[in-house]
Structure formats: C-alpha cells, structure tokens
Design a protein around this ligand. Structure first.
Ligand SMILES: Nc1nc2c(ncn2[C@@H]2O[C@H](COP(=O)(O)OP(=O)(O)OP(=O)(O)O)[C@@H](O)[C@H]2O)c(=O)[nH]1
Ligand SMILES: [Mg+2]
Length: 254
C-alpha cells in the first residue's frame, strides 16, 4: 500500500514535470545565422543561461541560411533548435525564424558576437509590463571599443533615428539596433515582407505605424568575433538582390 502511494506520487510528479516541459515556451530567442561558427555557441549558451537565471521558459531558435562552416552542428549541440531558411538575406532568415518560433514573445539578436544574450531579461521585463515591441538601444547601454565605426556612431545612426522618429513617431533612440523583441501576435499582424537588412527598418516602421506599445532597453554592443573582414554590404554571398538594388534601405548601420 505504501509502495503504491509512493509510486503514484512519483507518477504524479513525473507527469507534472512532463507537462511543464511539454508546455510551449513563453519566450523564443531567434538568431539569424550565416557562417558564425566562432560565435554561435556562446550566443546560445548565454541565452540559455539567462533563461535559467531569470526563470524564463524559453527556447533558442537559430535560423540558419545555408552555413557551411559547422554553425548548424554547433548550435544544435548547444541545445538550440535549428531551422533552415531557404531564401538568402538577414530579413529572410529572421522571418523564417519568427514564423517557426513558439514563444509568445520573440527576441531577435545577431549570431556574430555583437549582441549579448545575457541581457535578454531586460526585454522580457518590458514585455511583462505590457509592451509589445521592445527595441535595444546601444547608445544607452554602451558601445565597446571597435564595435561601431565613428561615422555610424556619431552620424549615420543618430541622423537616421531622427528622421524615422520625425516621420513615424517611433520614439526610439537607436533605430538600427538588431536586438529587439516583439510579441508573436504583433509580428504576425505586421506581415513582414523584406528579405535583406531593410527588415530592421520595416519591422520598426510597421510597429510604430500600427500603434503598438513600444519601449526601449539599454544593451551593450561588442565587437563581432569574426575573423573575416567586415562585409561591403553588397556581396551576393550575404545579401539578397533586393538589398543590393535598394541602396537607401540597404544599411542597418551596424
Ligand atoms: N548579411 C546576412 N546576414 C545573415 C544572413 N543570414 C543570416 N545572417 C545573420 O544576420 C546577422 C547580422 O548580419 P551581419 O552580417 O552581422 O550584419 P551587420 O551587423 O549589419 O554587418 P557587419 O558589420 O558585417 O557585422 C548575423 O548573425 C548573420 O549571421 C544573410 O543571408 N545575410
Ligand atoms: Mg554584425
């Protein structure tokens, strides 16, 4: 009889654990990836550690874009769910990852080591306060030496941020920051269409125009961990035809 009680308690506990782990994640971290073998492991590890530290039921989705350097295997071995984007481009990779994410709140961030996924709790906190679109702000959080060129830091991003705020009332200080969060519901409603870097502007402009509740949080920008030269912005290996033919919207001004 005692044994039976113990085993039924164990069974109950097991089924609770099973239920908890089978529950959909509340947060998805979506990381677009194209040949980032040097940095993808630490991105996944930092996001996972942040989930644990902050009590977030989360998943890491790496949206790979045809990597040939082992990024996929590395991401999987660190516990990420890897999904495969068939269309080339930063926006295409993100749209694919967003579509396949299961969390109610989705946080986007780069795989090259420039974003610090241990900071995702700040985004989640704003979402829990009721915000639907949360932008990272590198100027508020800190830009490490060598992470951003002088002209992007002092001219490009501030000027573009001013223009976008003027026309669309976005009310954010760093429009090109790739680390940002949005509810899955809002993302579906905004129906993103772009495949290239212009996704950064498209998503922000559409969110602002939709009247979504928007907030920003400070984030740190680190120099990327790549051992290849910075991309020119137009090479066909990394950029979609739309990007290359759309010069005004091409830049995300890293
Ligand atoms: N450019 C590009 N990036 C992709 C693609 N697919 C996934 N990504 C990822 O998107 C993120 C941002 O791309 P980056 O090339 O770093 O863009 P950036 O930061 O504006 O430019 P950099 O100064 O070269 O770092 C990285 O994590 C890439 O691995 C793609 O097809 N093209
Ligand atoms: Mg980068």
């Amino acid at each position: 009889m005692v044994l039976k009680t113990v085993s039924s308690e164990t069974a109950d506990r097991d089924s609770v654990i099973e239920f908890a782990s089978s529950k959909a994640p509340e947060v998805s971290v979506v990381i677009p990836c194209l040949n980032e073998a040097l940095s993808i492991a630490s991105c996944v590890d930092k996001a996972t550690a942040a989930f644990q530290a902050e009590g977030i039921r989360g998943e890491v989705v790496v949206s790979d874009n045809g990597s040939t350097d082992g990024s996929v295997e590395i991401a999987e071995s660190h516990g990420a769910r890897v999904v495969h984007a068939t269309v080339k481009g930063y926006g295409a990779a993100l749209r694919n990852g967003i579509e396949l994410a299961r969390g109610e709140f989705i946080i986007l961030g780069d795989a090259d080591g420039s974003h610090d996924f241990s900071e995702i709790g700040r985004f989640v906190a704003k979402w829990r306060e009721g915000y639907e679109f949360v932008m990272g702000n590198r100027f508020l959080g800190g830009i490490k030496e060598g992470a951003m060129s002088w002209h992007h830091r002092h001219i490009g991003t501030p000027v573009l941020s001013g223009i976008l705020n003027l026309f669309f009332g976005a009310g954010v200080g760093d429009i090109n920051c790739g680390m940002r969060g949005m509810t899955r519901q809002l993302a579906a409603q905004l129906d993103f269409r772009t495949n290239g870097m212009e996704f950064a502007s498209e998503s922000l402009i559409k969110a602002a125009k939709s009247g979504a509740r928007m907030a920003e949080v400070p984030i740190t920008m680190w120099p990327d961990q790549r051992n290849r030269p910075r991309c020119c912005g137009f090479c066909p290996a990394r950029h979609s035809p739309e990007e290359s033919s759309s010069i005004p919207t091409r830049f995300r001004w890293p």
